[in-house]
Design a protein around this ligand. Structure first.
Ligand SMILES: [Zn+2]
Length: 181
């Protein structure tokens, strides 16, 4: 009796979990298609490159973006960055707690950084960086620059006035009404 009850309970739980899984998968595919839709619409609108992104919280899209580099003369206006800005504005928050980010293509190093700063729960991507490189959007060179010495980078970096710059840090440490993040 007790065993039967347990088995029934476990069977039902397993069934519910399975349904939940298939439901989630459908949802993820739905939201990925929304990201791809943004990519195609933005491109057709001559906003910029063929990249789109949506950000979802509690099953609802709370932020959308597509690449707008060429139309806004903003080299940072990648789909993920524009979507993160939109989502954070709508949430009135500087981070994406409990959010899932769907991007039509694997993020470039800049967007990867932006995603880590925004702290969503998970990222789904459609095409990958090799697919992007195949149509002329190659970000591999940025990954190669990362471990190079400052003066060996294709854009040389040089440190100056460190003591002056550290004053801002000292003031931040002493500031009593700061918003930590
Ligand atoms: Zn990017």
């Amino acid at each position: 009796m007790c065993n039967n009850f347990n088995k029934k309970f476990i069977d039902e739980a397993a069934k519910a979990l399975q349904n939940q899984d298939s439901y989630d998968t459908e949802n993820h595919e739905h939201f990925m298609n929304e990201a791809v839709k943004r990519a195609i619409e933005g491109m057709n609108n001559n906003d910029g490159g063929p990249f789109g992104c949506v950000i979802v919280k509690d099953g609802k899209i709370i932020g959308k973006g597509n690449n707008k580099v060429t139309s806004t003369n903003d080299p940072t206006a990648h789909a993920e960055v524009t979507a993160i800005r939109d989502a954070c504005k709508n949430l009135n928050s500087f981070q994406l707690d409990g959010c899932i980010l769907y991007t039509s293509c694997e993020p470039c190093p800049m967007c990867l950084g932006a995603i880590y700063w925004a702290r969503p729960e998970k990222v789904y991507f459609g095409s990958n960086k090799t697919d992007a490189a195949n149509i002329g959007f190659d970000d591999a060179f940025i990954y190669k620059e990362l471990p190079l010495d400052y003066n060996k980078r294709s854009i040389p970096f040089e440190q100056i006035n460190r003591d002056d710059a550290l004053k801002a840090f000292q003031l931040w440490q002493e500031k009593e009404d700061k918003t930590a993040y």
